[in-house]
Ligand binder design. Structure first.
Ligand code: GLN
Length: 547
C-alpha cells in the first residue's frame, strides 16, 4: 500500500505547489522509490478541456486521452511517469459522478450529502492504484479557505484517519512576505493559514515556505513553534533561476530527508541526484544561444503554451544552447509584413490553437519560413496552416482553408483542405462524431500510433518508423490533396497506421520544415528532450551560423 503525501497551499495562490510536488516526486525517485502524482481541483468544470487558455493555462493531454491541468505536465517532466486519466479530478467530475449514481438509484434511496457521498467519491479517487507505487502525492488545487475546496480538505482529513497511523503526511506551502519598511520577514500569514487548516482538522507535518529573502534559523523556530511543526520540517523555498533547479534546491534544504523522517523511513536510502546535476549543468552552462519566434494567438499568457516553452528549453539543453523565445502575435501580420517581425530569428514555431482569429498570420509565417529556408515546426494547427499555405501558394488552390473557420462563421468560404473528422479508429475502437457534438472531451484525444516513411527526415530524427504521440484536435488534413502537394515537394511523411490520417508533413527541399498533427511537446523531459525539439534547435543553431 502506498504512503500518501497531501500537498495544500495557503496565503496566496501561484506559490508553485505543482512544481514543488513534482520536485518532491523527483527527489523520492532519486532515493529509489516509485511515485505517482495526482491533482484534485476544486473548480466546477468537469475537466479543463473547455476552459480558455487565459483562464487556466495549457490543457495537458495524457496518453489515455484525458484533458487535464497543466500541473500534470510538471509532474511528467520531473518524474517521467506518464500521467493517466485517473491522476486529475475536479469538483465538477466528482459531482457529476455522484449525480449520475443518484439518478441510477445506486444510493438506494438515501439522502445524498457532501459528507459522506461526495467525500467518499473523492477518497475512492485518491486510492485508485495505490498498490502500484511507494508514494502517492496528491496536490489540492486552490488555497486553504476556499469554499469550493472544503470537500477535498474534508476528504483528505478522513482519508488519513481511515489509514493506519504514519501512512499519510500533510505538506503545506505558504508565503513568508518581506516588509521592506520594517526590514522584516513576516510569519503571521503562515500562522493564520496553518490555523485555518487546523480548524478543518488538518495539522501539517511539513511547511514549505516561499520567500524572496533567506529565512534565518530564529524565524524558522518561530514558525515551527506557532505552527506546531518540527523546526527541521520548516523548509525554505527561494526563487530559482530555473525550475529544473528545484529538486537540487529542495534537497539542499532537507525536504526529502524531512519527509522520510516524518514517515519513519530509516535508514533513508542515499539519493542519486546525478540526473538533476546534469540537467542543471546543461541549463547553467550553455555554449551558445539561438533565437526562436513562436507565432501564436495566446501570446499574452505564456502558461497557455507551457509545454512548448519547456520542450524548447529541453531542446536547448540537448544541444547545450540557451533558447531565447520571443512570442509574436500572429494578428500583427494581418496588417504588417511578416518579414519585418520574423527576420533575424533562427527558427519559427507555430503552435496549436483553435478558431480562425490570427490564422492568416500563421499562414504568412509558414510562407515566410518556407521561402526563406528558416527552420519551421508547425504543431497541430501549425501543421494545418502550413498545409493550407502550400495548397494556396504552391499548388494554386487559392481558396484553400479549414472547415473549422467556416463552421465558426457559418459561411462557406473555403475549399476544405483541412476538414472536420467524423470517424476514426484507435486500436479496435471506432469513434464517431458530429459537428454539433458537445465541445467537452469529443476531440481526437490521447496517444495514437503513426507510421513514418522510410528515408524521411522525421524517420531519421526519431530513429524509427513507428511512433506514438498525443493528439488533441477535431480537424484533419484531407488526404485527397496528398498527390498534388507531394508533387510540389510537401511530403506526407507520417500517417496513421490505416493510411487515412496525415500525421506529419515535411518539405523535401527545405533545410528543416516539419508539421505534426500531434503535440510532441507533451512528452519532452529535461532529462530526455523530445527528438523533434532537439533537432529543431539543432537546425536553428545551423541557421544562426549562417547569419
Ligand atoms: N483547431 C484545430 C483542430 O481542432 C487544431 C487544434 C490544435 O492545434 N490543438 O483540429
Amino acid at each position: 500500500m502506498a504512503r500518501y503525501i497531501f500537498i495544500t497551499g495557503g496565503v496566496v495562490s501561484s506559490l508553485g505547489k505543482g512544481l514543488s510536488s513534482a520536485a518532491l516526486g523527483a527527489l523520492l525517485q532519486a532515493r529509489g522509490f516509485s511515485v505517482r502524482l495526482r491533482k484534485l481541483d476544486p473548480y466546477l468544470n468537469v475537466d479543463p478541456g473547455t476552459m480558455s487558455p487565459f483562464e487556466h493555462g495549457e490543457v495537458f493531454v495524457t496518453d489515455d486521452g484525458a484533458e487535464t491541468d497543466l500541473d500534470l505536465g510538471h509532474y511528467e517532466r520531473f518524474t517521467g511517469v506518464a500521467a493517466r486519466n485517473t491522476d486529475s479530478v475536479s469538483s465538477g467530475r466528482i459531482y457529476s459522478t455522484v449525480l449520475e449514481k443518484e439518478r441510477r438509484g445506486d444510493y438506494l434511496g438515501k439522502t445524498i450529502q457532501v459528507i459522506p457521498h461526495v467525500t467518499n467519491e473523492i477518497k475512492d479517487f485518491i486510492s485508485i492504484g495505490d498498490d502500484e507505487v511507494d508514494f502517492m502525492l496528491c496536490e489540492i488545487g486552490g488555497t486553504v479557505g476556499d469554499i469550493e475546496a472544503l470537500p477535498f480538505f474534508e476528504a483528505i482529513r478522513q482519508f488519513s484517519q481511515d489509514k493506519p497511523r504514519g501512512q499519510c503526511l500533510f505538506m503545506h506551502l505558504t508565503l513568508i512576505p518581506y516588509l521592506a519598511a520594517a526590514g522584516e520577514l513576516k510569519t503571521k500569514p503562515t500562522q493564520h493559514s496553518v490555523k485555518e487548516l487546523r480548524t478543518i482538522g488538518i495539522a501539517p507535518d511539513v511547511l514549505v515556505c516561499r520567500s524572496e529573502h533567506p529565512i534565518p534559523q530564529k524565524e524558522r523556530e518561530k514558525i515551527a513553534l506557532f505552527c506546531n511543526v518540527r523546526p527541521e520540517n520548516v523548509i525554505a523555498a527561494y526563487d530559482l533561476k530555473s525550475i529544473y533547479e528545484a529538486p537540487l534546491a529542495f534537497h539542499r534544504e532537507g525536504l526529502d530527508q524531512a519527509i522520510l523522517d516524518a514517515f519513519n523511513i530509516a535508514p533513508a536510502p542515499k539519493p542519486d541526484l546525478s540526473r538533476w546535476e546534469d540537467v542543471a549543468d546543461r541549463i547553467f552552462k550553455p555554449e551558445g544561444e539561438v533565437n526562436i519566434a513562436i507565432v501564436g494567438k495566446y501570446t499574452r499568457l505564456e502558461d497557455a503554451y507551457k509545454s512548448i516553452n519547456e520542450a524548447l528549453t529541453h531542446g536547448g539543453m540537448a544541444n547545450r544552447v540557451k533558447v531565447n523565445v520571443k512570442w509574436v502575435d500572429s494578428e500583427i501580420f494581418d496588417t504588417e509584413d511578416p518579414a519585418a517581425h520574423l527576420e533575424g530569428f533562427h527558427a519559427i514555431l507555430v503552435p496549436g490553437g483553435f478558431g480562425e482569429r490570427g490564422t492568416e498570420g500563421k499562414i504568412k509565417a509558414a510562407q515566410f519560413a518556407r521561402e526563406h529556408d528558416v527552420p519551421y515546426l508547425g504543431i497541430c494547427l501549425g501543421m494545418q496552416m502550413a498545409v493550407i499555405e502550400a495548397a494556396r501558394n504552391v499548388v494554386g488552390l487559392k481558396n484553400a482553408g479549414s472547415e473549422e473557420f467556416d463552421h465558426e462563421s457559418g459561411d462557406n468560404r473555403f475549399e476544405p483542405v483541412v476538414y472536420h473528422l467524423k470517424e476514426w479508429i484507435q486500436g479496435n475502437h471506432t469513434y464517431r462524431r458530429k459537428v454539433s457534438d458537445d465541445k467537452g472531451g469529443t476531440m481526437r484525444l490521447g496517444a495514437y500510433t503513426a507510421t513514418l516513411k522510410e528515408g524521411s527526415k522525421v524517420a531519421e530524427i526519431y530513429g524509427t518508423t513507428t511512433i506514438e504521440e498525443r493528439h488533441r484536435h477535431r480537424y484533419e488534413v484531407d488526404i485527397k490533396y496528398r498527390d498534388q502537394l507531394e508533387e510540389k515537394g510537401l511530403i506526407f511523411s507520417g500517417m496513421s497506421p490505416d493510411g487515412r490520417l496525415p500525421e506529419i508533413v515535411e518539405w523535401k527541399d527545405h533545410p528543416w520544415f516539419i508539421g505534426v498533427q500531434f503535440h510532441p511537446e507533451l512528452k519532452s523531459k529535461p532529462f530526455a528532450p523530445h527528438p523533434l525539439f532537439a533537432d529543431f534547435v539543432r537546425a536553428a543553431i545551423d541557421t544562426s551560423r549562417l547569419v
